[in-house]
Structure formats: structure tokens, C-alpha cells
Design a binder for this molecule. Sequence first.
Ligand code: FE
Length: 143
Amino acid sequence: MTMFSSCKSDNTYLLSIDNHQEMISALMAFCEKEDIRAGLISGLGAIGEATLRFYDPQTKKYVDKTFREQMEGASIIGNISTKDGKPYLHVHVVLGRRDYTCIGGHLLSAFINGACELSVVRLECESGRKFDEETGLNMYDFK
Ligand code: FE
């Protein structure tokens, strides 16, 4: 089963996620296939269902919410690092609704319903992640 197709120019990939695929899973599979350990993600796409996560710094807890409707991934932006030797994605989105208002936040998952066109810049630095007690977040850990 294919999840995506891509081409490469210098250190930058164009990545098309297949229709009905889940974007974060497809990005993980892409990073594993290309062995990308650090990078930058940007793009756009048509999304039929998305789960966003809100981090409450007071309680250090996450609140997740799923939106089931057709939305425009008006801005998809993120980075790639590693955690425990595996690709670690940090992706945020702005999602445009039918009435042209937007919702946005930290993206947990998004099912494509249409096209999803991403650019991935491959970086040659090493960037792990380390859990930070103060914030309760997995922060960048540069060696
Ligand atoms: Fe985030």
C-alpha cells in the first residue's frame, strides 16, 4: 500500500500524501524511508478529519479534540527530529472551515480528503528530544 509519492531537489523533497491517508503516519513512513533525522515541513492540503491537541501549561495536561468536516489545511508547518532513535514530528496547522473561519493548533492526526502537498527540507544536523520536567514537554535536545 502506498501512502505518498515524492521527488527530491538538492536537500528538499516535494511530497504528495495519497488521498484518504493519515498525514502524520505518512510523514513518519516518509522520514523512515528517506532516513531523515532533522528537517522542516511546510505545506497545504484538503482534510476530512483532524485531531488537534491543546497543551494547558497550568495543569501540564493535553486536551485533544477531533473535527469531522471538510477543511482546508491552509498552513501546515512543522519540524522533524528524533526521539529514541525514531523520527519525531512536531506539526501545527491552521484549518480553514466552510464558512472561511479558521481553527488551528498542534496536529495529532489528519485524514486527507483531496490533495496534500508538502515540502520537506532535509537538514544534516542531529536533533533529539528530551522530556523537560518544568514544562512537561519534549524539548529539542541538541548534542
Ligand atoms: Fe505543538
